[in-house]
Design a protein around this ligand. Sequence first.
Ligand SMILES: [Fe+2]
Ligand SMILES: [Fe+2]
Ligand SMILES: [Fe+2]
Length: 430
Amino acid sequence: MVFAKQEISVDLRRVLFEIAYALDAVGVDEIYHGHRVAYIAHRCAQQLNWSNEKAQFVFSLGLVHDCGVSDLNERNGLLSQLVPSDTNHHCIRGYELLSACQPLSSMATPILYHHTWWQDLKPLAGVSEEDKQLASLVFLADRLDNLRANANLDCYGNLSHQCKRNIAEELKANCDVMFETTQVNAMLELIECDDFWFSMEPRYIESLAEHFSYLPFFSLRIGLDESIEVAELFGKIVDAKSAFTYQHSLHVAQLAEYLGTQLGYPAYTTRMLYFAGLIHDIGKLKTPNRVLHKPGTLTDEEYICIKRHATDSRHVLQRIFANTEIIQWASNHHERLDGSGYPLGLDADELDEPSRLIAITDVFQALTQSRPYRAGLSLEKAIAIIRELVEQGKLDAELFRCLVANGEECYRISTGQTHVEPLLVCNGSL
Ligand SMILES: [Fe+2]
Ligand SMILES: [Fe+2]
Ligand SMILES: [Fe+2]
């Protein structure tokens, strides 16, 4: 098989929006929080006459500011009161996640301080004036959205004058202690402005960003390694919703890279396979955990619900990554060679070898993965099940032979174990 070296191109602006959507999927009560914080901070930045570049940057920070939130309880705690009890954890985790992702690493410091009170942030040594301003504006926008969410809306879904006055009083009362004064003053002017509130709609916020002026930061072409860092960041957000899905994706990625190497693929292609493995189940962010983690047999409705994730993966990936076959490799992982798979029902003529490889590693990892309610299957049992699928014409025979020939190593990668019992029937024949 001949592989052309493909250009990877990532739309960073879309990445940021997809992170905001992914974070919504970690929580369920207060969706579009990231969108609104981005919008509120951006409007305030304009009011403060910040440069275009800085205003767009604070918008981006708003989208991802809660990327360190690690579960639903933590998220609800942050949204339920003006001064939540523990904010440190998600600030530090957010800082670590963004620092590890080179294309977004300049966002790490402002995110670290996005709950630090101005009286503590202002004298802090070693943080630039710009990062302090960015962090404090994200903080102010975040708390404004919190006050808005906890205010009573009128029968038409709008805030009353009284509610707006209460919000303004709350901000004024915390001026210079919690928030920076000039930012509060700019926000107070916005609170008076009807358009500020009426424009706070997710789809208006999305189109606002589409009309942002060109900035080099969002238009840089990033290479495969940096794209993998973006994919790893998504992986860690998935982890906050479902640790099993994250572990599964990571091991599918490692297995796919390993098998690709055994098959003699070029190094660049095996890295692409690793990349595809990491992101293949990204659509599971939209699948409810009670379905995702159900121990028993799925009902018809639950099975349909699960099947959606393959299409969801494709759409998310199409928004982020332009012009690359990786999207196909990743989103075809439930297609089967005899046309019996989902969601498109593709068949052998339409499934290339990398797509087949992700599919077989996906099955192998899922069978061998242990969960609290069931132990993973042994290598022998997993191979027996996959052999049957190959005999039924669903999975690729050639790739199966390679999997069997490297059975113990594949099992070790798949389970993260160091010692694996040798496979007794290890001839790879059908
Ligand atoms: Fe927040
Ligand atoms: Fe899947
Ligand atoms: Fe999977």
